[in-house]
Design a protein around this ligand. Sequence first.
Ligand SMILES: [Fe+2]
Ligand SMILES: [Fe+2]
Length: 256
Amino acid sequence: MTTLHPTKGTGAAAKPTAVTYVDPAHDATATPPVQAPDGLDPDELTDLLSAMLTHERCGAHLYRSVATRTTNEDLRTTYQEFGAQTERHVAILEELVTELGGNPQYVSASARLTERAAAGLLESTFMLDGSAGQPDRELAMLEAVTLAEAKDHANWDFLVASIANLPDTREARALRAATEQVEPEEEQHLSWCRDTRAQLLRARLFTDDAVVTAEEGVIDLTQLTKEELYSRAQDLNVHGRSDMTKDQLVKALEKH
Ligand SMILES: [Fe+2]
Ligand SMILES: [Fe+2]
């Protein structure tokens, strides 16, 4: 498996444009596109898969970078886990493109634009390091991951929808097999990003002991009686509530 971006050395291929020079030995203009299922344009599918593959490769680099720079062990564990899954997505896409008769080293124009956008996202996590504290740096890293995962999720979601009603051909089956492996993980990546970003922001925005409920607005738990705290713990089915002191009930409710 490789998550390296295609280069001359890895056999990269591209199509020249008015502003893009391509060494004739690496010119993909005459290379046939991937074999597409009936109903899909082979050239467009080739370019889409190339852009998706590039986004996954950039995602693997982003995860590797933030996993080494976060100081939060919980975040590091998840960055490493999702990073490993993202490397697997790279391998799945490379195998899919090969199975469809394409070249995983082909770089479409939209893949080049994807790479530039992803590089900017990675840069945003460290360019202003000297002028930001660790909480802001953590947020910048998580937000870069969240934006990358939003696009990652949208890519796979689009592919799933695009092939949903196609006839059951070899090409359609290959695409379905890839999406079935990856799409559930993309759901998990994006929902974790959203939840964790909200957690980081909440921890900074709300004062200690404050909780917010839809019905009552902001509540300071320390102002409630033990009976009121217990009643809330009962509603939330907090485990071990009967043996808790008032302070422990406050802490348990804060977690909820
Ligand atoms: Fe992915
Ligand atoms: Fe992802």
